[in-house]
Design a protein. Structure first.
Length: 214
């Protein structure tokens, strides 16, 4: 994919790339992870922006995961963690996917252990101010593109705030095994979208890319 334009506000280009079942569910089915990450690689993101619940869902597996060390040329992992719930910062840093980790907090975020080694960015009073956090990320050298990794809540908050430049859905031809509350969603802030790509893929999957309409 060619380099993406910055928004007029100066923040980086922000894309949410999500694997979904036919009903929009983001959990309760087996996404094609290999395909998901091959497509994601096209954005060559400078920052992976994840929600705390997305990271917490991985924490049990993280404890036993190999730790080759930070990926020198990898993106930065920034985690929206308004309630300081994420614990496995060292494992995330050493996982080999990211060059480093950054905790995004608000002023009301509970106190953190004094010996915690993760750098912090504090933006917002009660919750993380997502616009301010993205602006601050965009001021870091080399940060042009942010890829959002979210099961729906963070994507929804960004959509509602008009902070998403692209919605990418990898649609799987299945339904979740159990009813789930996790769906990709957003409210009416950007109600209309322009289709920029629609690609049928093996196994009945479809890749859809939309930009909010002007
Ligand atoms: N299918 C996929 O592509 C995919 C991708 C990623 C994850 N997942 C799955 O999705 C699940 C997690 O998704 P989720 O939707 O529960 O959570 P999520 O996307 O990880 O988002 C939760 C985070 O968003 C923050 N947030 C929500 N609204 C906000 C607002 N208005 N202002 C500031 N911050 C806000 C929350 O802040 P606080 O910290 O303040 O609560 C929390 O940190 C996991 O099971 C994971 O495995 C699926």
């Amino acid at each position: 994919m060619p380099a993406q334009p910055r928004s007029p506000s100066g923040r980086p280009y922000v894309v949410a790339h999500t694997a979904v079942a036919l009903d929009g569910a983001t959990t309760g089915f087996e996404p094609d992870q290999g395909l998901f990450y091959r497509l994601a690689a096209g954005w060559n993101e400078d920052v992976t922006l994840a929600g705390a619940d997305t990271i917490l869902a991985q924490e049990p597996a993280l404890a036993a995961a190999p730790r080759p060390g930070p990926a020198e040329d990898g993106p930065l992992l920034a985690v929206v963690d308004g309630r300081a719930r994420v614990r496995e910062w060292a494992a995330l840093r050493e996982l080999g996917h990211w060059s480093g980790v950054l905790a995004l907090h608000a002023e009301a975020t509970p106190p953190r252990p004094a010996d915690r080694s993760v750098p912090e960015l504090v933006a917002g009073a009660e919750r993380v101010d997502l616009a301010a956090a993205l602006r601050a990320l965009g001021e870091r050298e080399g940060v042009e593109t942010v890829r959002v990794d979210s099961g729906g809540a963070l994507t929804g908050a960004l959509l509602t705030a008009g902070l998403l430049d692209e919605v990418s859905l990898l649609v799987h031809p299945c339904l979740p095994a159990e009813p789930t509350a996790h769906r990709w969603h957003g409210s009416a802030a950007a109600a209309r979208f322009t289709l920029v790509e629609s690609r049928p893929l093996d196994g009945g999957l479809v890749w859809l890319r939309y930009r909010p309409a002007d």
